[in-house]
Design a protein around this ligand. Structure first.
Ligand code: F0G
Length: 427
């Protein structure tokens, strides 16, 4: 077994055992970070990761646990709760590249995870840790994807799942997933920020393990998005990694992944992070423009319900991620992200509205000259098209006049003549 890691408070530096059950620093209430004992042996690690790619079963079949030295080295194989997850494709589609005016635009499609979003990568690690701590119940607040993932992994681990979701603001597919996997689902009359605050208080009061991304083990799993994409690029970092940002857990995880990949010598320079928010829920973008002088809070509003968040919990660590990678934060309007989604969808790739912010943001930063014409860019598609189809019903069936990218269904009588009338001979 490898050496255990520790947990360190990001605010006051207080250090805790890896197996301490605290969800925040017991001294000052700051967020905790997992600290690994890293040794610079990049080439050796890379060879080990590559060898594990042959494994079809067991923990190394997971695109998270294949990187276990950098994730949770001391977890034993028997402790790991894995579906498996990860192993997501890096896609390139001319239609999307030309729309964004970026020659080399790749999309890391996290919608290919078992519950349809990147959350599974964090959840496998947080659930493994919860089981190592002997937890009987786990909880989260969610805009829908975290709750679906938590519910599925809790079912796998045999733990009781409790989720808090904002009333009327969760996409139907995500809510149905959460219920189907068997989580006790509380619909809270409030927004996501209210749900998170309640989930934090309730889990502290009732002794339930909180698995939101303030839980540092979630971030350890989400780092594997970066490790896997770097490996797919032969450890030659892209110029930019662009991702949608809401509660800022993923932005923080990406910053830590890049820091550690540099520290162990897997890469020799850092890609720059571009975090993209929806314009109606963009406290972090506003903070960036004000040089992060103060923490910004807003009343969130956007069609991208996954990132409808006004008081992001991982603010400080996300600021660190942006600063360390010479990154940027931008905002895109709902119209811009819906147009990006239409392009991604019609390229046969598909993603949920929030995910399209990463391609809309890349296009915007390219137009502003922040991203150069020959830069290699990886946009992360965080969730599957089927997660949040409500907007598609509007676009493709209801909105009048139809948006330019609408693809209206055509109702016909059951006859070949009718088909021919619609499409003509030879399609
Ligand atoms: N994209 C999707 C599809 C998401 O579901 C989320 C977050 C994000 C991006 C933003 O990631 O919060 O780490 O900045 N969804 C959370 C949830 C809040 O509850 O499912 P973040």
């Amino acid at each position: 077994m490898e050496m255990p890691s520790s947990q360190v408070c990001e605010r006051c530096g207080h250090e805790l055992d890896e197996l301490a059950p605290a969800s925040v620093c017991p001294v000052c209430g700051g967020l905790l970070e997992v600290k690994h004992r890293l040794i610079a042996r990049g080439a050796e690690l890379a060879r080990g990761f590559a060898a594990r790619r042959q494994e079809l079963r067991g923990p190394y079949a997971s695109g998270v646990w294949r990187y276990r030295e950098l994730v949770l080295p001391s977890a034993t194989t028997a402790q790991i709760v894995s579906q498996p997850e990860g192993n997501t494709p890096l896609l390139e589609r001319p239609r999307v590249s030309s729309w964004a005016a970026i020659e080399r635009l790749l999309m890391k499609h996290e919608g290919h995870n078992p519950t349809g979003s990147f959350k599974d990568r964090g959840m496998t690690v947080a659930m493994t840790q919860a089981r190592r701590l002997g937890a009987r119940a786990v909880a989260c607040a969610s805009t829908g994807n975290t709750s679906a993932s938590l519910a599925a992994y809790a079912a796998l681990a045999g733990l009781t799942a409790l989720v808090f979701v904002p009333a009327g603001q969760v996409a139907m597919g995500k809510l149905m997933q959460t219920l189907a996997y068997g989580a006790k689902t509380l619909i809270v009359r409030g927004n996501f920020d209210d749900c998170l605050s309640l989930a934090r208080d309730a889990s502290a009061a009732l002794g339930i393990q909180l698995l939101n991304s303030i839980n540092p083990f979630r971030l350890e799993g989400q780092k594997s998005i970066v490790f896997e994409m770097l490996e797919q690029l032969d450890w030659s970092p892209p110029d930019w990694i662009v991702l949608p940002a809401g509660n800022l857990g993923n932005t923080s995880a990406f910053g830590k992944a890049i820091r550690e990949a540099l520290e162990v010598g897997l890469i020799s320079h850092a890609p720059r992070i571009a975090a993209i928010q929806a314009a109606g829920a963009a406290p972090f973008a506003q903070g960036f423009h004000e040089h992060f002088e103060k923490v910004v809070r807003v009343a969130p509003e956007t069609v991208a319900t996954a990132i409808r968040i006004g008081a992001p919990a991982s603010w400080d660590r996300a600021v660190r991620a942006i600063r360390e990678t010479n990154g940027v934060v931008a905002a895109v309007t709902d119209d811009e992200l819906l147009e990006a989604k239409a392009v991604i969808d019609s390229a046969g790739v598909g993603c949920e509205p929030a995910s399209a912010a990463s391609v809309a943001g890349a296009r915007k930063l390219r137009a502003e000259g922040v991203i150069g014409p020959h830069d290699t860019v990886v946009s992360v598609l965080t969730g599957h098209l089927l997660k949040d189809p409500g907007i598609l019903v509007k676009v493709h069936q209801e909105t009048e006049p139809p948006p330019k990218y609408a693809n209206r269904p055509i109702e016909i009588d059951p006859s070949v003549a009718e088909v021919e009338r619609v499409i003509g001979r030879g399609g």
